[in-house]
Design a protein around this ligand. Structure first.
Ligand code: HEM
Length: 209
């Protein structure tokens, strides 16, 4: 469970890269769905209204433009996060025991929230989506340049394998975003600090007990 202590706000670099990432993800996923529709892997396509780009050529241009935003922004977040110690301090340590304890506490509505300090379930979700983010970029590179990056494609079982990895990473990221938004909706006090960087006055979970 989260330790008590003075509330910390989100550092500026986290807030800036978080919102640039949210924009880049919307552009990548919307255009990716349009590209998928041109040659579906499975027995379904995405409704045209929720895709971006209008046609295959337009969607590819959006996808490749937003790719730079996603990759450069992601590298800034990871490098800055490693150098400043933010990643280690915010997302570690993590153990199955704390994930279990915080899941049980959350289901009993007894999990408190302190701005800038994540519980074990959040840590697991954030580390998971960061790993998916790295894998979605690597599989995207393998699908984009399967001849030059043949070794990368080979690691994923070839071109078709890399397409599947890319699709399942996208699905995992979309599932994360749905859960992430549901949690922000359930605890709306988390939203403003991610913009302003100012933490609200500390609260306990006594009201829930
Ligand atoms: C527009 C939709 C989004 C909203 C409203 C939103 C909101 C938030 C909020 C309020 C927090 C802080 C949570 C807390 O203090 O407990 C947060 C953190 C985080 N969000 Fe989002 N988010 C969005 C989209 C995304 C997307 C698309 C991703 C990745 C695919 C993402 C990944 C993360 C990560 C990794 C953190 C932790 C960042 C850190 O401290 O280093 N978010 N988000």
């Amino acid at each position: 469970m989260s330790k008590a202590g003075p509330p910390k706000s989100h550092p500026l670099f986290v807030r800036i890269t978080h919102w640039i990432n949210a924009l880049a993800m919307i552009l990548m996923i919307g255009s990716g769905w349009r590209i998928y529709n041109a040659s579906p892997l499975f027995d379904f396509t995405f409704p045209r209204e929720i895709t971006l780009g209008g046609w295959l050529g337009g969607a590819l241009q959006w996808h490749f433009a937003a790719m730079w935003l996603l990759v450069i922004n992601g590298l800034v977040y990871l490098i800055y996060g490693l150098v400043t110690g933010h990643l280690r301090a915010s997302l570690l340590p993590l153990s199955p025991r704390t994930v279990w304890a915080d899941t049980v506490a959350a289901l009993r509505l007894k999990l408190d929230h302190t701005t800038g300090r994540y519980n074990a379930v959040q840590k697991l979700l954030y580390l998971g989506v960061l790993a998916l983010g790295v894998l979605v970029v690597l599989s995207g590179l393998a699908v984009w340049k399967p001849v030059q990056l043949w070794w990368l494609a080979a690691l994923m079982g070839g071109y078709e394998g890399a397409r599947l990895v890319h699709f399942f990473c996208m699905s995992g990221i979309v599932a994360f975003v749905i859960v992430h938004l549901a949690l922000v909706f359930l605890v709306p006090a988390t939203f403003l600090p991610m913009i302003t960087g100012r933490a609200p006055a500390p609260k306990t979970n006594e009201a829930n007990e």
